[in-house]
Design a protein around this ligand. Structure first.
Ligand SMILES: C[S@@+](CC[C@H](N)C(=O)[O-])C[C@H]1O[C@@H](n2cnc3c(N)ncnc32)[C@H](O)[C@@H]1O
Length: 451
């Protein structure tokens, strides 16, 4: 158990950040190797638990138990028969096989998975006279199979539910960002906890909540259960001690002493309520400041300190989440009434952030955002207006936007200073960085000039 070959899969584009994170968690960069789609780590069982508890970027932590060349399903069966499954679980437990492949010559992945299942059951029957049952819905143990063109790799999963499920989310909204991707955006942006961070389209609050937990050192998995708790090497007293130690290391500020400057706002007040509930459940409800408001109207929540200030967001884009607010002129959905939220912050609101929203520029087809927010069928006007708003009001901020549109900088008429490829599930995206250089607004100029 002290010489395990782990594989930590992650979203495409996250590998570099995950390698650095894993090296930090186990305190050993030599044992970490970046690969395509994840990171390989030589580690002990204890370190496997630590990676589960602390990694914000990995999707799971898998223990490699076999890698062998194969040509046919029979080779896969033989390979699976040679794994000592009995050191990981018992025939009284249920299990499930998950299979993935890249360039495998086999015709049916389902059949290959079936052969692994047969091998596990046959080995248990031979060793103990009993066989475990399959449960595809709520398995106690998950076995992963990966087929490359020439090799079969078998893994025992130690995570259970994927690691993006931190255990605090109750309210999702329509298109929540996975917590692991929010953490990847934070890592790629280079944000440091002493800098203000603002998400102007915060939805259910994922970016702000992840950032606050990172700043305080709250372990990513401190509120959830893991697959390893059902595996035979698990020792509850070791795990309890590890968790207690991690929770003792959290640097929660005393009441009234919060120095974090983490802000989120969203045009949909329903989403702001979701975000606040999620933040409360994540233990950072008093430390992030969440408000309603249109991104095209919200003024900066604070001044830019010498160390810089960061906007980090995945804005509304495409069919699933459409632009609302002053740029939402399509009128497809029914209007929603804005209300002003009450203050949840122990130290009260920052003046700037609490300032009532400005009246939007009145033009044909646009209604005051204070009263209504309408959905638009495309985001055509939103991004140019956002660029204008930022140039007018957010001088000195560094903005990072995650979007699936490679042409966004052209649409915003801004030159990006960096573009980082990141995959949002199957969707290829870019995290664009823009260093906002402002121009002063004249008193008569509206905050969101029409593009
Ligand atoms: C892709 S979602 C963001 C998801 C979020 N990161 C999360 O984790 O839940 C985009 C969000 O932008 C909001 N939105 C749409 N138009 C907006 C506008 N004009 N100003 C501010 N927020 C807007 C939507 O209500 C939605 O919550």
């Amino acid at each position: 158990m002290n010489n395990l070959h782990l594989f930590l899969p992650c979203a495409g584009g996250v590998e570099t950040y995950l390698a650095a994170e894993a090296a930090k968690i186990i305190g050993d960069a030599e044992s970490v190797r970046q690969e395509m789609g994840g990171v390989a780590v030589k580690a002990s069982w204890r370190q496997a638990l630590e990676l589960n508890l602390h990694s914000r970027l990995a999707s799971r932590v898998l223990v490699g138990v076999m890698q062998r060349p194969y040509r046919s399903e029979d080779d896969i069966y033989e390979a699976a028969c040679d794994v000592a499954w009995e050191i990981w679980f018992t025939p009284k437990q249920t299990f499930k096989i998950d299979i993935t492949a890249t360039r495998s010559p086999l015709k049916s992945l389902n059949f290959a998975a079936l052969r692994v299942k047969d091998a596990i059951c046959d080995r248990f029957r031979h060793k103990t006279g009993e066989r475990p049952s399959v449960d595809t819905q709520r398995p106690e143990v998950r076995v992963y199979v990966h087929l490359s063109a020439e090799h079969v790799s078998l893994y025992v999963d130690t995570s259970g539910e994927p690691l993006f499920k931190r255990g605090w989310r109750q309210d999702k909204g329509d298109a929540p960002l996975k917590e692991t991707l929010a953490a990847a955006m934070i890592a790629a942006s280079g944000w440091q906890p002493d800098q203000p961070l603002y998400d102007p389209c915060c939805g259910s609050g994922t970016i702000a909540i992840e950032a606050a937990q990172i700043a305080l050192g709250i372990p990513a998995g401190g509120q959830r259960r893991f697959g390893f708790e059902r595996l035979l090497p698990f020792q509850k007293h070791v795990w309890d001690a590890m968790k207690s130690e991690a929770l003792r290391a959290v640097s929660m500020p005393a009441v009234g002493q919060n120095t974090l400057e983490i802000y989120g706002s969203d045009v949909a007040h329903r989403m702001v309520d979701f975000a606040q509930r999620n933040a409360d459940l994540a233990g950072v409800g008093e430390l992030v400041q969440l408000r309603g408001g249109d991104a095209l109207q919200r003024k900066p929540p604070c001044d830019v300190p010498p160390q810089g200030a960061v906007i980090l967001t995945n804005p509304p884009y495409g069919e699933r989440i459409e632009v609302a607010g002053v740029a939402g002129t399509g009128g497809r959905a029914s209007p929603r009434v804005h209300t002003v939220r009450s203050d949840h912050s122990p130290r009260g609101l920052r003046d700037e952030f609490d300032r009532p929203m400005e009246s939007p520029p009145m033009s044909a087809g646009t209604r005051p955002a204070r009263e209504t927010a309408e959905f638009n069928q495309d985001e055509g006007d939103f991004f140019p207006q956002l660029a204008t708003h930022w140039k007018t009001h957010f001088d000195g901020w560094t903005a990072h936007l995650l979007v699936p549109d490679m042409k966004l900088p052209g649409k915003m008429r801004l030159k990006e200073t960096r573009r980082v490829p990141l995959w949002n599930g199957p969707i290829e995206c870019r995290l664009f960085r823009f260093d906002i250089q402002g121009r002063r607004a004249t008193p008569s100029e509206p905050s969101s000039a029409s593009a």
